[in-house]
Design a protein around this ligand. Structure first.
Ligand SMILES: NC(=O)c1ccc[n+]([C@@H]2O[C@H](COP(=O)([O-])OP(=O)(O)OC[C@H]3O[C@@H](n4cnc5c(N)ncnc54)[C@H](OP(=O)(O)O)[C@@H]3O)[C@@H](O)[C@H]2O)c1
Length: 289
């Protein structure tokens, strides 16, 4: 049996299943007397307390086959995650505390995630992000802010990917989606004058990190892709540049969270090894380096 749903991978050793056989609630692995074996596609998201991370979790949970591990620094304190947890069973949604800047927290989160992922992790979504004073010019840029942003966007993804790699290797889809920004594009950065200067430098470093790592990951069947989610003016980070956009780029559309999340998850779903190391916009078009 095969499925047309890109997120649903089904293997079925039985030749005489009927429609009724499919009327079941999914479990991480469902074994029936017909030796029907189903593995739920799994997704682990960092920084899902609010904003885009929460929107990704919400979007993925719309597909009944998906299992989502939503991580955040403080899952109990996230109203959005708690609301999702009342809606979905623990089989569909698992909440795990994870501070991406803390190696011990990463280690503990990997151990916890492993308990829920007997078949490994299919998709890792590195989304957590920070942005210091987005309107600081080069004259008054705080160098500690610059260091903080560069450190966050380089050491954090390395620790997160290294930490979850054993689970990804064990998974089926073997995909890593890294949320970056078009501000990290050398080409586009030139045109967004005095906007998010430290952030742009840091995201450019993140882009190179994934660009350099992706062929290595590809050689073992893992697809790592960079994505720009659009300007999402509803999130805390996105709204912080609303004044700059109004004055300098009034035609730039604020992409609703749901639209961005749907687009980003579509890009992830469609990504194959051929996409390793590419830089995508949320709408599936490519972004120049
Ligand atoms: N919004 C946009 O227009 C836009 C455009 C381009 C790229 N992006 C990128 O999209 C991603 C999400 O941005 P957003 O707009 O959703 O921002 P946001 O609303 O400010 O949310 C940031 C998220 O990152 C989490 N986070 C920060 N530090 C963390 C840490 N040490 N450990 C774990 N989680 C941490 C936050 O968790 P807490 O609640 O614990 O603080 C929060 O969930 C970022 O990588 C950002 O750079 C956004």
């Amino acid at each position: 049996m095969s499925s047309s749903c890109p997120f649903l991978e089904v293997s079925d050793n039985s030749s005489n299943n009927t429609a009724a056989d499919h009327n079941f609630s999914f479990t991480a692995r469902l074994e029936t007397q017909n030796t029907l074996s189903i593995t739920m596609p799994s997704f682990l998201i960092t920084g899902s307390s609010r904003g885009l991370g929460l929107a990704f979790a919400t979007e993925l949970l719309k597909t009944p086959a998906n299992k989502v591990i939503a991580t955040a620094r403080n899952t109990a304190g996230s109203a959005g995650l708690q609301a999702l947890a009342t809606k979905y069973t623990k089989n569909r949604l698992v909440l795990i505390d994870l501070d991406v800047t803390n190696p011990t927290s990463i280690k503990n989160a990997v151990v916890e995630a492993e308990k829920h992922l007997p078949d490994g992790l299919d998709n890792l979504i590195s989304n957590a992000g920070i942005a210091t004073d987005p309107l600081a010019s080069f004259d008054n840029l705080d160098l500690d802010d610059l260091k903080k942003e560069v450190e966050f966007n380089t050491t954090t993804p390395i620790n997160i990917i290294r930490g979850f790699l054993p689970l990804i290797r064990k998974g089926n889809a073997k995909k890593i989606l890294v949320v970056t920004s078009q501000l990290g594009s050398i080409e586009i950065g030139f045109h967004m004058v005095n906007l998010s200067n430290a952030y742009s430098v840091a995201k450019a470093a993140l882009n190179m990190l994934i660009r350099k790592w992706s062929p290595v990951l590809k050689s073992e069947g893992i697809t790592a892709v960079l994505i720009h989610p659009g300007w999402v003016g509803d999130t805390d980070m996105g709204s912080s540049i609303a004044d700059w956009v109004a004055q300098n780029a009034p035609d730039l559309r604020s992409v609703p969270e749901e639209e961005s999340a749907e687009g980003c998850m579509k890009v992830l779903g469609k990504a194959t090894l051929e996409d390793a190391g590419l830089f995508y916009n949320f709408d599936g078009t490519k972004i120049p380096w």
